[in-house]
Ligand binder design. Sequence first.
Ligand code: SF4
Length: 481
Amino acid sequence: MSKFSAGLKLGDLNDFIAPSQTCIVSLKGVKKNSQPEKGVIRMQERVQTTEQDTAPVKVTLHDCLACSGCVTSAETVMLEQQSVDEFLKQVSSAEKAVIVSVSPQSRASLASYYGITPLQALKKLTTFFKSLGVKAVFDTSCSRDMSLIESCEEFIKVYKAQGTSNFKGQKRGFPLLASSCPGWVCYAEKTLDASILSHISCVKSPQQAMGAIIKRFACANMGLKVDEVYHVTVMPCYDKKLEASRDDFVFSIEGNENNEQAGTARFTEVDCVLTSGEMLDLLQGRCSDFMLLDESPLDRMLTNVDESGHLYGSRGGSGGYAECIFRHAARELFNKELSSPLEFKTLRNSDFKELTLEVEGEVVLRFACCYGFRNIQNLVRKMKTGKCEYQFVEIMACPSGCLNGGGQIKPRKGQSGKELIQNLETVYLKEVNVSNPYENPIIKGLYDSWLDHPGSQKCLQVMHTGYHTREKNVASEISNW
Ligand code: SF4
């Protein structure tokens, strides 16, 4: 029997959309026709409603850009739920089994800070977490392999439909835009229209893919029911907290006689997100010397560690989406096996790079990596004017990508930001074997025993998501950030 034999049946699962969290921000003091001072966001258009000037404006969590510029009560709730204090409360209460999934970017951030390898960092983290009472520590490079495979399948599907296809009921066209960065997704939903949103890949990010795997399937293999699990991720940015809070990632279990948990209960795929920096604070507060911690064996169930004990995973500090899909498309569509590593051509700046494949003198594949909002705005402008030639774009909100995420450990005294990024890029793959996601035995096991095959109906149900145009609201006033 496969080690991934199902305890939960997929037929028992049913997507569920939870109601939005809402808070009220009072704008009573804002006069309807007053001119805003320089630098003050103009609010009065929002208060000229039938309730007149005293009507409060509703701001939901969906309005949050995770910019830390303002804190609504919904944001406060979210931040309290996703804090080190809440994590410690959960482990000490022992009411639920706490499972932690560590991102490769956070692992690299800690490894760089302590001057060790990512493998050593993960092993020491495992020792630390288990000393607190955590049941298992996993690695989101593993779930990222599933996100990458699903993204490859999605790309081929759109390509074969020659740029348009009815995928999850939406008309799809090129370029397909990566979806793993919640900073970009959040920005797109609040400031761009449906014609751009329909280009965003429907595949869940590695964080949410891991949440779906653990809560909807793997917990049963650990002898746990879904409501007995508290799932924590360690991520490079605060935006991942916002991603975990999306209504799209809440699910319920459909009732049947075999399932005691069936009914109205709702479950989140990820309960708490800690940033790399918060992780460092926790380590410094709770253990006298991280370097003296033993290196525990890794939990292999959902960790990319091979038989000889080496970590493996995809290249690319932001997930390697462009490279992975490019290789797959070259192989599947043009029968070309590409050597490694691929050569990206730098365009306007180091955060805008291009990959092309030529066959008989003709460019047949044109991909790009586009990081930072300055480049994103240029790309969107090109899309709107019909001048974008790319078939796929790996979009990331942070300049330099996820290794430079806002939640990463800050540079040491005397170390510049540039030096830190260079160091992180080296450490990221130090003693980590670059691998093909399709060869990952854990992911193969998940498809065999749960999801059937890449791009299957089951995958569409649990590994894919959707996007929503948000009502233009307070946050969308900040349109030129
Ligand atoms: S690019 Fe930045 S905001 Fe986006 S997922 Fe990576 S770290 Fe988070």
